[in-house]
Design a binder for this molecule. Structure first.
Ligand code: GTP
Ligand code: MG
Length: 431
């Protein structure tokens, strides 16, 4: 269904932002730059950008009726087909504006959903996106939308928007239920796979979209993940093993990037993709230090992590793209402000050893030091310990053997279980 609605010709779009209410002029312009990238990713051509200063938003027309009429003239002059607002519009504002402008009116959330719909490849991602789209369109099912639905194709109309408009809300609710059941099944399979990995150390790459997460995963693990200078290149979770020089290994997880105003239905739908990240031992918060608003992006990512209840997971800041950073003084300042932090170029493979060493330090800090005392003749138990722990010292006392070792928290738990079972003496200390 999604393929049928793809645009052939680029749609002409006008972007609209408001400054003075939630953001100052500089921020608003930065947000509109990003909106332009989003529009480009969705396949639109931006023909004009309008910023309006306002003290208060208009509940009926968002930018006020006067400005909306002006916008209508501009849209006609420039032959625009779609008007994209940077902020989320209420269903009533969308309806009023599309009636007055007689153009397709969409907001940032609808645009992001559209990109996700277009890019989703796996069954899981498609299900998640459709679910989010249905949640989004449910309160917006009005006559205005029926009218819009006649303009088939183009951005903001991919996915369920078109066909479901004619069906009633009851059908949509039923579809939502079905999709939720599908997702539950997919989630169960995922959980099984994850359980098999439960004793390995997991580091998750998190960060704003386009900061270079997939590039870094490829550089560290030969994962061969798709990389593109566009927003939301990655929608699925990829998990790969990563080797350290001391023979240790960990898994590295790459997943969907975050963005300002990620529609909350989308975050909720993507929970199962994000599960891998939710279970991580360490978050590598990757930042594009060459981006003019990288600190704003850090704030956004932190707030999504907070919503995902990940405040307690340790974080290592990974500042990327230092190869194109003009102001090198920034590195010094950020090293203090965001400690612990590393500064790398994933693309040029610069300072990746430093990053690996820091990750390894985190792994070591999470390990337990364990002393075992057992019968020297008990070869089977000894083998078990050597599999689950890194033995650093072995001494003999009469017919007993004493092993000093290090193990992850999960493996330490397992070893404790075997110790009780087999009657070894075991003493655990923090790493
Ligand atoms: N100059 C420079 N560009 C980089 C570096 N790392 C990645 N890039 C570029 O940044 C763009 C985005 O890279 P990705 O790896 O797709 O970024 P991502 O964070 O996975 O993006 P999403 O999956 O869209 O969230 C690509 O054009 C990369 O070539 C770097 O160290 N320096
Ligand atoms: Mg990616």
């Amino acid at each position: 269904m999604l393929e049928e609605l793809k645009t052939v010709e680029k749609e002409r779009a006008i972007l609209v932002g408001v400054s003075g209410v939630h953001a100052d002029r500089w921020e608003t312009e930065e947000h509109l730059n990003e909106l332009e990238q989003l529009a480009d990713t969705a396949g639109a051509q931006v023909v004009d950008t309008i910023v309006q200063d306002r003290k208060k938003l208009d509940s009926a027309y968002y930018i006020g009726r006067g400005k909306a009429e002006y916008l209508s003239h501009v849209a006609q002059e420039l032959k625009a087909q779609v008007i994209i607002f940077d902020d989320d519009l209420t269903p009533a504002q969308t309806k009023n504006l599309s009636n007055l402008l007689d153009k397709k009116v969409i907001d940032r959330s609808a645009l992001i959903l559209d990109i996700f719909a277009n890019r989703a490849q796996t069954r899981e991602a498609r299900t998640q996106v459709e679910l989010a789209q249905l949640h989004y369109s449910l309160p917006r099912l009005t006559r205005a939308w029926t009218h819009l639905s006649r303009q088939v194709g183009g951005i903001g109309t991919r996915g369920p928007g078109e066909t479901q408009l004619e069906v009633d809300r009851r059908l949509i609710r039923r579809r939502i239920q079905n999709l939720e059941q599908d997702l539950e099944k997919i989630e169960k399979q995922r959980k099984l796979r994850r359980r098999n990995r439960s004793d390995v150390y997991k580091a998750a790459l998190v960060g704003y979209t386009n900061v270079g997460k997939s590039t870094l995963l490829n550089a560290l693990t030969d994962a061969g993940v798709f990389v593109e200078n566009r927003l939301f290149a990655t929608l699925d979770a990829t998990v790969r093993e990563m080797q350290f020089s001391d023979g240790k290994s960990a898994v590295l997880i790459d997943t969907v990037g975050f963005i300002r105003k990620l529609p909350h239905h989308l975050v909720a739908s993507f929970r199962s993709t994000l599960e891998e990240t939710l279970a991580a031992d360490l978050l590598l918060h990757q930042v594009d230090i060459s981006h003019p608003d990288f600190e704003g992006q850090i704030k956004t990512v932190r707030s999504v992590l907070h919503d995902l209840e990940l405040d307690d997971t340790p974080v290592l800041y990974v500042f990327n793209k230092i190869d194109v950073l003009e102001n090198k003084n920034l590195i010094h300042a950020m090293r203090e402000k965001y400690a612990p932090a590393v500064f790398i170029s994933a693309d040029r493979q610069m300072f990746l050893d430093d990053l690996k060493e820091k990750i390894n330090n985190f792994i070591r800090a999470g390990e337990k030091v364990i002393r075992f005392t057992l019968d020297a003749a008990d070869g089977e138990s000894m083998a078990k310990i050597y599999t689950l722990a890194e033995v650093t010292e072995r001494t003999y006392e009469n017919d007993k053997v004493i092993l000093w070792s290090r193990a992850s928290v999960a493996n330490a738990e397992k070893l404790k279980y075997f110790a009780d079972l087999k009657g070894w003496s075991i003493e655990t200390m923090a790493g």
